[in-house]
Design a protein around this ligand. Structure first.
Ligand SMILES: *[C@@H]1O[C@H](CO)[C@@H](O)[C@H](O)[C@H]1NC(C)=O
Ligand SMILES: *[C@@H]1O[C@H](CO)[C@@H](O)[C@H](O)[C@H]1NC(C)=O
Length: 585
């Protein structure tokens, strides 16, 4: 029930400021999210650290440009936008800036710009001021599991004068989710973690039960030779203050990639991200992600980007900060892999939309953005008694590539935990409409009513995600989760980029229009067995063609290389440009 136009007015309130004006309801949560209890109003003097997102000059124009540079055979294929070109689309109109500035000035407030395009502002104000200006009731809520308290409001309004200029204010109605939640965040890892200590240093030889970089090279035809292009970088994002342990990486390389021993990774930190390298204090997720990028994308310069917890509260702030951080760079990484996410219904539609737009911006700059699809099957991280399937975020965003997990080698089959399904926020983009329609036709009435048939389907692709051998705190063991699959697919993309750049061509950038083209589909191995149970159902079944379990399938490096080197060739200029437009609700 967002964006319902109800007028509230502040009349005759003794303390109301003389600037009080008509308010229009902007965002509203219908119920307190599961797991939280309300403890009463927040203290009036508490300072809120609010982020205000301003309307962009031409976000539709940016979307058209993204598809023009990412769609094979488009005349502009591969001609990624510069920082300035992206910012020209995203920056607020001068009228918007005037309106917000005078609103803030009239209320004695100042703002700080926190995104390179100027579309995000940070404004500090007291709870009483925020309640008054935005018709809100900021209250204290407690997360029952963690005991952590947070200040949120169930709804807020904006002055009518700001309508059309302000997209959203955050944190307001989107409650914080802790990345420590089981399953999706540092997923299947939680159960198999025990194996690390039980198995000790014994790594079973067979790739059917124990997956190493050599297994992936054999299975997917991934080259072992070192990449040659120094300008081609692979970004690995880490959250919750995790860092990747350099010593564990060297132990891993000595055992699995002796030819890469002493290969290191660069580090960037934001939001107070740390990199103490204290023995045994690195994160398993971070170690997994760096070992399956440095150890698979042989010789590709890799950067671990450690996002700390110095935002007000809520991991989504870190999600936004890392993208704005990379957008501010002159040369952001050509590939970014992230093995974190959350249930889509834990985010307001407006916030999900603006995060998705941030991915659109980075994609237009030429970055391939990959996310793991989640580890709760069709249920997300709901309990088994759920009645409706729950998609994950940001996999439902049409501008990211969502990676599901497979297992086994003869042939590969879907990992049963792999999340997949259909977004409730984002409509189906045209790049996937044909294959998703075919899937829905084959599906018939199975699971009818449990998912949104018009939503963007995910995942897009998949890769091995069970029994992946890693080193953590000096010990060798194995972990499972779609967290494993995203770095592996990202490494494949980085090695393709290495060859493209060496040949004087553009890196791949936003992948999906290519992946769903005939050439892309033909270069992936379709996974046709397995399913992703949840909510007391068998979930969806993998089959011939795209499915919301394994997507289009797993990589075949030689075929992908053949397909991508022919992209952007001169023949494409004779073909008409057909931008894929996404209808957003
Ligand atoms: C790795 O670095 C160490 C320490 O600098 C050095 O002793 C060793 O020879 C190097 N190994 C390889 C394979 O380069
Ligand atoms: C289904 O998805 C569409 C977007 O494709 C959205 O507009 C609609 O609200 C969704 N329905 C539900 C019940 O969430």
């Amino acid at each position: 029930m967002l964006f319902v136009s109800v007028f509230l007015s502040f009349i005759g309130v003794a303390t109301a400021s003389r600037f009080a004006q008509n308010l229009v309801l902007h965002e509203k949560m219908d119920a307190i999210p599961e797991g939280f209890v309300q403890n009463g109003p927040a203290a009036e003097s508490t300072t809120l650290n609010l982020r205000i997102n301003l309307a962009s000059t031409d976000i539709t124009g940016l979307q058209e440009a993204l598809f023009a540079v990412s769609t094979p055979h488009s005349a502009r294929y591969g001609q990624h936008l510069t920082k300035e070109e992206v910012e020209a689309f995203v920056a607020p109109k001068s009228e918007t800036i005037q309106v917000i500035k005078s609103f803030l000035r009239a209320n004695g407030l100042t703002s700080k710009t926190i995104s390179p395009a100027g579309d995000w502002l940070r404004v500090l104000m007291s709870v009483s001021k925020a309640n008054e200006l935005f018709g809100a009731q900021f209250s204290v809520f407690t997360n029952q599991a963690s005991g952590q308290q947070t200040i949120r409001t169930m709804q807020y309004s904006i002055p009518t004068s700001l309508k059309g200029h302000v997209e959203l204010i955050h944190p307001t109605v989107t409650f914080p989710t802790t990345f420590g939640q089981p399953r999706f965040t540092s997923p299947g890892i939680q159960v198999p973690l025990k194996d690390i200590f039980l198995v000790g240093n014994v790594v079973p030889a067979s790739c059917a039960t124990s997956v190493t970089p050599a297994c992936l090279q054999a299975l997917y035809g991934i080259p072992t030779a070192r990449a040659t292009q120094h300008s081609n970088t692979l970004g690995v994002s880490g959250f919750t203050g995790q860092f990747a342990q350099s010593a564990d990486l060297q132990t891993f390389l000595r055992a699995q990639r002796p030819d890469l021993v002493n290969t290191t990774f660069a580090l960037q930190t934001l939001d107070g991200g740390v990199n103490t390298q204290g023995a045994g204090s690195a994160g398993i997720e971070a170690n997994l992600d760096i070992q399956y990028t440095v150890g698979v994308a042989s010789g590709v310069p890799t950067t671990f980007i450690s996002v700390g917890n110095d935002f007000q509260d809520g991991a989504l702030d870190g999600f936004l900060d890392i993208i704005n951080f990379l957008l501010a760079e002159a040369a952001p990484p050509q590939v970014l892999t992230t093995s974190y996410g959350q249930n889509e219904n834990t985010i307001s539609r407006a916030l999900a939309n603006q995060l998705c737009n941030a991915y659109m911006q980075l994609g237009a700059r030429g970055t391939s953005i990959l996310f793991s699809s989640g580890d709760g099957g069709v249920a997300g991280s709901q309990s088994e008694s759920c009645t409706a399937f729950l998609p994950t975020f940001p996999s439902g965003c049409p501008f990211v590539t969502s990676v599901g997990a497979t297992t086994g080698i003869g042939p590969e089959t879907a990992a049963s935990f792999t999340s997949g399904g259909f977004s409730n926020f984002f409509a189906r983009p045209s790049y996937q409409s044909a294959v998703v329609s075919s899937f829905l036709t084959r599906l018939g009435s199975t699971n009818s009513g449990k998912f949104n048939t018009s939503g963007r389907g995910f995942p897009d692709v998949s890769a091995q995600g069970e029994n992946i051998v890693i080193v953590n705190a000096g010990k060798t063991g194995s972990v499972s989760g779609t967290s494993c699959a995203s770095p592996v697919f990202a490494s494949v993309v980085s090695l393709l980029n290495d060859q493209l750049i060496a040949a004087g061509k553009s890196p791949l950038g936003f992948l999906n229009p290519f992946l769903y083209s005939a050439a892309g589909i033909g270069a992936l191995t379709d996974i046709t067995t397995g399913n992703n149970p949840g909510c007391n159902t068998n979930g969806f079944a993998a089959g011939i063609g795209w499915d919301p379990v394994t997507g289009l399938g797993t990589p075949n490096f030689p075929k992908l290389l053949t397909a991508v080197v022919s992209l952007g060739s001169c023949i494409s200029r004779q073909l008409p440009t057909s931008p894929f437009l996404i209808q957003r609700s």
